[in-house]
Each structure stands twice: as structure tokens, then as C-alpha cells.
Design a protein around this ligand. Structure first.
Ligand SMILES: *Cc1c(COP(=O)(O)O)cnc(C)c1O
Length: 417
């Protein structure tokens, strides 16, 4: 027994610090943890214990693997953007095509994992909030697959704005709970969903939509998204015989970025998380938490967030609704503080230009969120020495077409760049 203990310790010491995160309390350095009322803490402990047990079981691992292959269509390919790269200069830009994952984005990776966990726990309802509706659609898809009822809480303002996603959720059989208090947007939807969950935590499970929230969600969602980085590293080496110099991903809460970063943390690869700078650097005009925020607790975890003078979450803005979140996953706060990852930004304007540029050079319409990563990659690509850049294309842009043509239609007539 003693010997086993000391050999475990010796192994732990050999593992790089970033791979020992989070600790048992869910802290990545000083970030993360769980700052929730006692009744919710009890539920989080239960979910954590169950996850730690189930995620190591062969049945769980092989069922998730089979779902990824036969239902989601994984592995998604990586792709060399010859036209785009040659247009910009001598650097090479590659994409990890999460837009080709079923439902058109990376979000299904963690929703299928969360719903599979719910199945193993015998839960009879999946609960979540949604803002723009992307998380709601992915969870509704997972619910339909497993035959587990889904309840999505959504502000009335968002319901009116995000009509196509509301319809998708309905077609998939999800129940939509309209929230009519306060500003009737995401924050009120979170409160409403938590309240519903606490009414029956034994039979339901709350499914968080990114690497945020109290422990164990940042850990769990990262592990479900890790497949993106595992595949990308293997595929990149197979395609080129090398590692990329840079990996670039957009960061809202940070799940698609943590997914692809996970594959390259131990490699000599620079990792860039691109946040939305919206209309500019003034508070209220963007959602670049890592670049412009400070330490604080919100939604049950400690991280780097955008706060007003009283310490409350500041209003945030981005043309990409999946990125306008006033905090960021705690692991991003940790990796950015240690210097392992770098925070970058792209404005609305830069993202829209990248949206048209990728569409026209490669025939791939990116999600506005992903267009932020493309925008930054095209800037990196002009730097010397020439670089090899892998971008996580987190989703496809069909959902953004009406918005882009209505607000930025004039760009369609200009030749970008
Ligand atoms: C939701 C969403 C994002 C932002 O979420 P992360 O957790 O930061 O990955 C990015 N891209 C797309 C396509 C999304 O739907």
C-alpha cells in the first residue's frame, strides 16, 4: 500500500503542472472551484462522483466512441486552405472542420457526453438555458437521440430574435420555457433553469453549455471536447509530418478552444484564444474577458470577468451571439496567467471581413464566432517568419446568413481585402 502511494506520487511529480489541473476541488490554480448554495453544492458533488466513476468505465467510453462515429460523423477532417493561404502570403492556414460535426458545430461533442452521463445516472430530464439557441439545439438533439425529455429555458427577447433555432428545438421535441422577468435574456434564463433543476435534482440534470460554471463542469466539458484536439494532432501530423506552429480558436466560454488546445498543451505550439472585441475596447462594447477583465466570481466559479464598478457582471456585446459572455472558463484564466496560452482579439468588422473572405476563397461559410479565429489567423499569417497555423472552425455560418446580409450586406458587394 505504502509503495503504491509513493510510486503514485513520483508519477504525479513528473506530470507538467497544466496537466494536474483541476485539483479535487475543481481549481485550476486559483481559478474555478464551486461557489454555489449548499443545496446545489450537494448536487454538484453527486454529479462529480458519478462522472469520475462512469467516465472510466469501458461501457461509457465505447458507447461515446460509437456515437461519435455513427451519429456525429467523427472524425471531422482537417483541411489545408490553399486559396486563402496563397492570397495572404507564404504562411499556411489549416482548418479543423467542426462545422462538419452533426448539427454544424462543436457543441454536440459535450451535449452527447452530458446526455450519455444522464442516461447512465437514470435521469429523466435534461435542463439547460440558451441565449442564441445553439446550446439548446445541440441539447435537444442529444435528448432526441437518447429519448430523454429536454427543457430549455430562454428569455422572451431571445425567443423573438432567434426564431429559426426556437423552431429547430421544437421540431426536435424539446420543451421551451419562456422567461418573462427582468431583461428577459440569458441571465434570467440561467436563473430560471437553475430554479427548475433544484425542484427535482434527483430525476433531472443541468447541462452546462461550455467549460464554465461550478466544478465539475469545466473539467467534464473539456474532457468531452478533448476529442477535437486528439483528432487534430494526429491528423495534422499525418497530413504534414509536423506539428503546426500555432493553434487558433475563438473563445466565448471557451469549450471549442479548450477542446483543440488539449491536444497540443505538451507540444512546442503557440495557442491563441481569440475573444470578440465587438465595436471596440470600451466596456459594454465587447466581450473580451481575458484581455480586458479582472478576477471575480460569477455563475458559481472564480475566473477573469468583465465587471462594472460594483463587481456585477458588465454588459457585453459581440456580433457573434455565441461569444458574448462576460466571463471565461477558469482553465483559460489559468493557462493565460501562466503564459501557456495567449489571449488575442478580433472586432466585429474584422470577423465579418473574415466571414466573406473564407466563404469566397474556400467555399466554406464559417459561423460568425469561428470567423473571429479566422480573422486573427489571417493577421498571424502576414507575420515573419512564415508560419503553419491550425484554426478550429467551431461551426458553420448558415445560422448567421440573415443577420450578416441584413446588417453587412454591403460587404457582399465589396471585394474583401
Ligand atoms: C457557442 C459557440 C461558440 C462559443 O462557445 P465556446 O464554449 O467558447 O466554444 C463558438 N463557436 C460556435 C460555432 C458556437 O456555436
Amino acid at each position: 500500500m505504502q509503495q503504491a502511494d509513493s510510486s503514485t506520487q513520483a508519477n504525479t511529480a513528473a506530470i507538467p503542472a497544466h496537466r494536474r489541473q483541476p485539483n479535487a476541488q475543481g481549481f485550476f490554480g486559483k481559478f474555478g472551484g464551486s461557489f454555489v448554495p449548499p443545496e446545489l453544492q450537494y448536487q454538484m458533488d453527486e454529479i462529480n462522483a458519478a462522472y469520475q466513476r462512469i467516465c472510466r468505465s469501458h461501457d461509457f467510453i465505447s458507447e461515446l466512441h460509437s456515437i461519435r462515429t455513427h451519429f456525429q460523423g467523427r472524425p471531422t477532417p482537417i483541411y489545408y486552405c490553399r486559396n486563402l493561404s496563397e492570397k495572404i502570403g507564404s504562411s499556411r492556414i489549416y482548418l479543423k472542420r467542426e462545422d462538419l460535426n452533426h448539427t454544424g458545430a462543436h457543441k454536440l461533442n459535450h451535449c452527447m457526453g452530458e446526455a450519455l452521463l444522464a442516461k447512465y445516472l437514470g435521469k429523466r430530464k435534461l435542463i439547460a438555458e440558451t441565449g442564441a439557441g445553439q446550446h439548446g439545439v445541440a441539447l435537444a438533439t442529444a435528448g432526441a437521440y437518447f429519448g430523454i425529455p429536454v427543457e430549455i429555458h430562454m428569455g422572451e427577447v431571445d425567443i423573438a430574435k432567434e426564431h429559426p433555432n426556437v423552431i429547430r428545438m421544437r421540431v426536435l421535441g424539446a420543451k421551451i420555457v419562456p422567461v418573462s422577468v427582468g431583461l428577459r435574456t440569458l441571465k434570467e434564463a440561467v436563473d430560471s433553469a437553475f430554479a427548475s433543476y433544484l425542484q427535482d435534482p434527483v430525476n433531472s440534470i443541468y447541462c452546462i453549455g461550455s467549460v464554465v460554471g461550478p466544478h465539475p463542469f469545466p473539467l467534464m466539458v473539456r474532457e468531452f471536447q478533448r476529442i477535437v484536439g486528439t483528432e487534430a494532432r494526429e491528423q495534422f501530423i499525418e497530413m504534414t509530418g509536423e506539428l503546426p506552429d500555432d493553434v487558433v480558436a475563438c473563445v466565448g466560454g471557451g469549450s471549442n478552444a479548450m477542446g483543440i488546445f488539449s491536444g497540443f498543451l505538451d507540444d512546442p505550439v503557440t495557442l491563441y484564444g481569440v475573444e470578440p472585441l465587438g465595436r471596440g475596447p470600451q466596456l459594454g462594447d465587447h466581450a473580451a474577458s481575458l484581455s480586458h477583465g479582472s478576477e471575480g466570481v460569477m455563475h458559481g466559479f472564480n475566473s477573469i470577468m468583465l465587471q462594472d464598478a460594483s463587481g456585477a457582471p458588465a454588459p457585453v456585446y459581440s456580433a457573434a451571439s455565441g461569444l458574448d459572455y462576460p466571463s471565461v472558463g477558469p482553465e483559460h484564466a489559468y493557462l493565460n496567467t501562466t503564459g501557456r496560452t495567449r489571449a488575442a482579439t478580433a472586432t466585429d468588422e474584422e470577423a465579418i471581413r473574415a466571414f466573406f473572405l473564407l466563404s469566397r476563397t474556400e467555399g466554406i461559410i464559417p459561423a460568425l464566432e469561428s470567423a473571429h479565429a479566422i480573422a486573427f489567423a489571417t493577421k498571424l499569417a502576414t507575420k515573419q517568419p512564415v508560419r503553419t497555423i491550425l484554426v478550429n472552425l467551431s461551426g458553420r455560418g448558415d445560422k448567421d446568413l440573415d443577420f450578416v446580409m441584413e446588417k453587412y450586406g454591403r460587404y457582399a458587394d465589396e471585394c474583401p481585402d
